[in-house]
Design a protein around this ligand. Structure first.
Ligand code: HEM
Length: 468
């Protein structure tokens, strides 16, 4: 098994070196500001922001993936640099200070941040992600109710996941070799459909290849997209739109209290319901991320194999240690690489002049791998005892700041709970082997990123306690 690349990428990146543009001479500075688009030149007394060479780096971003930003911060020896993506001038930032800035909704807005062209976190126009201010807080409250405040909702999600996982085990025992990645995708798609009460029967996806492929695509594409191509509306979106239209016309009634019913029954501050298209988008905002969580469990399985002592430790139920392990998985796994924002006004940040309308990109992945905050950041070390919280601007795998008032992901607890349950099942319900002749390395240039061979396990058997 080739595990050499796994979570070691930060160590293999170019060593920090002074980039020629890190401290430009005044002549170079002038030349640089001349190269900026009209209206974006640096004011005389503000230090110049180092510029990454090249006219436009969109193709390099697609090629380099998660390493794109980190590599440039390192080579320029700076926590800020400027480049052009999709022909648009952008300032890229990393580290806790930058995290505070990017989640400061007074100075920045998500409207027009357009990461959607590169990243696909949301399903369509008008989704919570693209809203701001009181309208955003109002819509966000719906997600906070179902994903943060209602612990029974998360418990129900975990219970459905557990049941779907356990149901697959007899097949795995018969098969011999099990493609764990593909199986987890299927389990989590079923889980997402059942938990939300989406109007798609879990059995239906066994019969409908197109629907299954589109759901799997939601799982795969939650996160970065390789190329900034516009997207067509899918059969899945059309199907969900029709369902919300039927509910509006009184021809269908979702089960009260379920996410489906909450979205269908949502009224904006003016008392208006969501359009069927936006409602479908918000439902996909739940389905996509939940369906994608298998990626974490896959990485966890590889880490359990690499750190056999943790496989033994976690056989004995201990919630604290399980949380340590799962939070470190969240920190390490390359998932959502960066988020975008746009300056509402002109302001000074750490001596740099940021102009109104300036596009900013914040490096989530690199901030979680910052040596200053995480010693030997490239190594998987559960004993860091990480816990996510609103005051931590370093462990920002799913955003930073306030969940209720800002754009921080509302799905953190749900994600953590599913990873924990996945690890619990792998360590206490079943036993298995992980054949060595497979490649579980990860290339940071793959977005989204998975162990190469998808992780195959074999010889699956019940653990004695679980079988009993
Ligand atoms: C149960 C699973 C999840 C659900 C239901 C979920 C849902 C959402 C929603 C609705 C938002 C929009 C919040 C807003 O704009 O106010 C969001 C934001 C976000 N999610 Fe998640 N998410 C989940 C898991 C994940 C995972 C696994 C990641 C991986 C890193 C992630 C990363 C993010 C990030 C970075 C943001 C913030 C984007 C920004 O700052 O604009 N989420 N999530």
């Amino acid at each position: 098994m080739n595990q050499s690349e796994f979570h070691r990428q930060p160590d293999t990146l170019a060593a920090p070196s002074a980039h020629p543009l890190a401290q430009p001479s005044s002549a170079l500075s002038e030349a640089l500001s001349g190269a900026l688009p009209a209206g974006a030149s640096e004011p005389a007394r503000s230090p110049a922001i180092p510029r990454s060479p090249g006219f436009d780096e969109t193709v390099k971003l697609a090629r380099e993936g998660y390493g794109f930003l980190s590599q440039r911060f390192r080579s320029m020896n700076s926590q800020i640099f400027r480049t052009r993506l999709m022909l648009r001038d952008v300032i890229c930032l990393t580290g806790p200070d930058a995290a505070r800035l990017i989640y400061d909704d007074d100075r920045l807005t998500r409207v027009g941040a357009m990461p959607q062209m590169v990243l696909r976190l949301i399903a369509g126009k008008g989704s919570v992600q693209q809203l701001d201010g009181p309208v955003h807080r109002h819509r966000k409250a719906m997600f906070v109710r179902m994903l943060v405040e209602d612990r029974t909702g998360i418990d129900r999600l975990v219970a459905i996941f557990r049941r779907n996982f356990i149901e697959r085990v007899p097949d795995w025992i018969r098969w011999g070799a099990v493609p764990l990645g593909a199986e987890l995708d299927l389990i989590l798609i079923r889980t997402a459909l059942a938990w939300t009460h989406a109007p798609i029967d879990a059995d239906e996806i066994d019969r409908d290849d197109v629907l299954l492929a589109e759901l799997a695509e939601q799982a795969g594409h939650f996160g970065p997209r390789r190329l900034p191509l516009p997207r067509r509306s899918s059969a899945l979106e059309r199907r969900l739109k029709t369902a919300f239209r039927q509910i509006r016309r009184g021809r269908q009634a979702p089960l009260p209290g379920t996410p489906m019913a909450m979205i269908a029954g949502y009224l904006d501050p003016q008392g208006r319901p969501l359009s069927p298209a936006v409602a479908a988008g918000e439902l996909i905002n739940l389905l996509g991320p939940i369906a994608s969580l298998g990626r974490y469990i896959l990485f966890a399985a590889v880490e359990l194999e690499r750190h056999g002592e943790w496989r033994e430790i976690l056989r004995v139920p201990d919630d604290r240690l399980l949380t340590d392990f799962a939070e470190e998985v969240r920190r390490c796994v390359p998932f959502y690489p960066f988020v975008g924002a746009v300056a509402r006004t002109s302001f000074d940040w750490n001596g740099y002049q940021i102009r109104r309308g300036q596009w900013l990109l914040f490096d989530l992945y690199g901030t979680c791998h910052d040596e200053a905050a995480f010693h030997n950041a490239g190594e998987f070390r559960p004993l860091r005892e990480l816990r996510h919280g609103p005051d931590d601007y370093s462990f920002v795998a799913q955003g930073a700041g306030s969940v209720k008032d800002g754009h921080r992901c509302p799905g953190e607890e749900a994600t953590l709970s599913i990873i924990k349950e996945g690890v619990r099942l792998l360590t206490t319900a079943i036993d298995y082997d992980m054949p060595t002749e497979q490649d579980v390395s990860v290339s940071l240039s793959d977005m989204p990123c998975r162990p190469k061979d998808g992780v195959v396990i074999s010889g699956v058997r019940w653990q004695e306690m679980a079988a009993g």
